[in-house]
Design a protein around this ligand. Sequence first.
Ligand code: GDG
Length: 736
Amino acid sequence: MAKTIIVSNRLPLQLKIENKSVTATASVGGLATGMKSVHRDSNGLWIGWTGLVEEDVPSDLADDVFEAAIAEQCIPVSLTAKDIEGFYYGFSNRTIWPLFHYFMEFTEFEKQSWQSYKEVNEKYAEVVLDNLEDDDTVWVHDYQLMLLPQLIKRERPDVSIGFFLHIPFPSYEVFRTLPYREEILKGLLGADLIGFHTYDYERHFLSSVSRILRLDVSFNSITFRDRLVTVNSYPMGIDYEKFENAAIEHNKKNTQDKSELQRRLDSHLDAGDTKMILSIDRLDYTKGIANRIRAYEYFLEKYPEFKEKVRLVMLAVPSRSNVPQYQLLKKEVDELVGRINGKFSTVSWTPIWYFYRSMPFPNLIDLYTSCDVALLTPIRDGMNLVAKEYIATRTDKKGVLILSEMTGAAQEMNEALLINPNNFEQIADTLKQAIEMPESEQVKRNNILQKRLKRYNVEKWARDFMTGLEETKEKSDHVKALKLNPTRQEEMLNAYSESDHRILFLDYDGTLRGFVNNPDDASPDEALLELIDQLQQQQNTEVVIISGRDRNTLGTWWKKIPITLIAEHGVWKREKGKNWEVTENVKKDWMPNIRPILETYVDRTPGTFIEEKNYSLAWHYRNADPELGEMRANELSTTLKELTSNHELGVLDGNKVLEIKNSAINKGKAVTKEIFKEDYTFIFSIGDDWTDEFMFEELPDDAYTVKVGIQQTAAKYYVDDTESVRKLLQSFVDAG
Ligand code: GDG
């Protein structure tokens, strides 16, 4: 049975070695819960690191560690202390983590840790490949494993691979500073589906792919080599029921069943003296903890009436304490808390309660349910699940969430009070607003938030991603079916050899000749002239070059070769051995009206230019900045379509070119006229862009239609590039 393999840096397990025996307990984090249906219910496997380095596992217990993991449907990747230093503390947490969270000043570019990152990704790949069977699906998680998709795809191109990034993907301007940016992007593009928490991260990624790798991006699809990669956003939810139920159970407890922490909290709550403001995060510089404390200080100064009336309950969970910035942050937070408590405390009041530790889940619920306000102020955060968990535990729908707009969660939680974490004035005012917010308003806001969080829970997130991955596979299968593989090519060559009357329609740019920056420089090279000449010399073979180019250029380039030329999508024709003639009676009176519009786009988009043909105008944007070019092309296309709709004019979206021409003219019409003139028994057409689709659609079903490049098409087959086109035509010549 086909299975899903989940891969993440850490396994969802806690392994302990005590008294020469190994015990494994499943951990219950958000990711593990979300993946439960994929992992546990469908015979899945989870591959990752156990948390124990090789040096810490006595050799006689290595098998036991493996067995303990297997019992939980997990397979360990064995890593050394050196691996963890270079790959995890090094490249993952001193390069990628700060850079992707826009902390460029903390980002270190160390060649050795990059080396270790590559080696460890290879180690993961090895374990995945060892466990991979036909039809399995792989879902890779997070920034520690960005090279893994490509490492798997390289060995197993048939396997469907998904990747999800749990942290932000930064803007191109930041990402481009990474020395290994190409490798990282190519590593990720091994996946068939790449998921992000928000549309903004998706947009940043697409922008980097288009600018750095200069690949074609169409909406959310990227053409990478012979594959289509889909990119989409899937905001991660929480295990809503788990938090809601825990809160319900918590609220039912009588005093003796309550935790020690809750009893202490109650003694303050019952006295009704203070409102509690909650803050929970890993102690990480991205979470804006120091800023939060300073903003709280500012609040107490700006609104002194709240002294002794509020308390900040701050849980900071130890994290990555091997990395210097985290050690410095710990020191800074300790000092800030000490200073502020020293400054404001009274005999009966401490403004900040600070816990630097991890708490068991029931205590987390104690905090969530006891605090009137949650103050979460990350400087950057991929999503922030704490915000969602706080809302899920508010069973009476009271409580106010103050949330940084720099978190992914803020995009879905508009009913929270959103703040800029750098604006102390705003945070202080918002704290006041939260404390004074009428209960009816709190209920109204939380009602909406809860409904949404309940619907988009973590299981739905995992399901949506898996469905997206299946759909991506179907989409690329559809395109893959068309690949002109050796068997299909042989069948085509047999038909070619057996035919006594053949016609070949060949598009020029992007088909016979690769694209160059200046279209005037794309004249046929000697090899191409020779190839086409040999082709036209074949018995009973009609060769037609059919292009959007103007007749002068085509005529000059192919002067010496006796073939038929069709120019400007079918307006002009030069039959073999004859002169040019107009085949369609077309108007040109629209040109003076449209040209000025194109000129404004040339002015506003550096690198673009207008090509004026006899019966059409073309705006080329191949040399423009890729994103700006696409954006302007969309804009211009919409404007032109509105303007031209009543004038029998059409706008063709070609390969990096928009062409405005009479809509009655297209390559489909032109080829139809040709094939009806004689009785052909082998019809072939090949082309790369949208304008060639007219040919593919109009030609009879038994015609051999071939698209150059992998895209949705009406053609039957596709080949990868212009080099393959030439090889194919050469095989016609050889077949005779
Ligand atoms: C990364 C991204 C993204 C916290 N303290 C304790 C405890 N927790 C639990 C919370 C919550 C989780 O840890 C923290 O999740 P966050 O989303 O807030 O933050 P990161 O750890 O930075 O996670 C983040 C996430 O991945 C998912 O994609 O949202 O942006 O940075 O679930 O409840 N749990 C227990 N004791 C604690 O003391 N038991």
